[in-house]
Design a protein around this ligand. Structure first.
Ligand code: E4P
Length: 215
């Protein structure tokens, strides 16, 4: 399973890229808005310079034609740009039109397996089921990844990748990999948390103490 970073913050992306673990980046309008005053095209172009993999840029139009128009523009920014569209019937129209022009899409805000099946059938490159937000409703979000993974495996025509999104903690990353996700897109904080363990810290302290005390 690949690891993407779910952020529009250039410093976070630069740091995680230096760890050698990043295969791509996802952004959304909320994440881009957090980078106060940043121009969208400049942010996406800068990310594409730092990470050699798919970079999702989200359309904000609600109608298919508008999404296609935005997507066609995003695609001129960098060959790695993936056009993110919402999981609606208008989003499906955009996926279908953009796929016919050779432009890759990421269908976002997926909350049930039938949305993921429809997105794949329309030609989506990636789907983004929101595990954490499903958990918030009291339903097991990881079950969504298991179901989509099985449905895609059952249909040899489907090549769409599954991004486990709305990741909240390191256990989500492990469970996504076990459930069959192709990618987990993670906030920077969760990536940092996933590398921390008190026994690692204690072990380092002990090794250093023993090293200093050697005869
Ligand atoms: C995915 O592409 C989304 O940007 C993201 O995972 C949303 O997560 P949230 O529920 O933490 O906002």
């Amino acid at each position: 399973m690949q690891i993407y970073l779910d952020t529009a913050n250039i410093n976070e992306i630069r740091e995680a890229a230096s760890w050698g673990i990043l295969s791509g980046v996802t952004t959304n309008p909320t994440l881009v808005a957090r980078e106060k005053g940043a121009d969208f095209k400049s942010v996406i172009s800068e990310i594409a310079e730092l990470v050699d993999g798919p970079i999702s840029a989200e359309a904000v139009s609600l109608d298919g034609d508008g999404m296609v128009k935005e997507g066609l523009e995003f695609a001129t920014w960098h060959p790695n740009v993936i056009v993110k569209v919402p999981s609606t019937t208008e989003g499906l129209k955009a996926v279908y039109q953009l796929a016919r022009k050779g432009i890759r899409t990421n269908v976002t805000l997926i909350f049930n397996a039938s949305q993921a099946l429809m997105a794949a059938r329309a030609g989506a490159f990636i789907v983004s089921p929101f595990v954490g937000r499903v958990d918030d409703t009291g339903v097991d979000g990881m079950q969504l990844i298991r179901e989509i993974s099985q449905i895609y495996k059952n249909d040899s025509e489907i090549k769409t990748k599954i991004i486990s999104a709305s990741i909240r903690h390191p256990r989500h990353i492990i469970d996504s990999a076990l459930a069959g996700a192709d990618i987990a897109t993670c906030p920077f904080k969760v990536l940092q948390m996933s590398m921390r363990h008190p026994l690692t810290d204690r072990g380092i302290e002990q090794f250093l103490a023993d090293w200093k005390a050697r005869g």
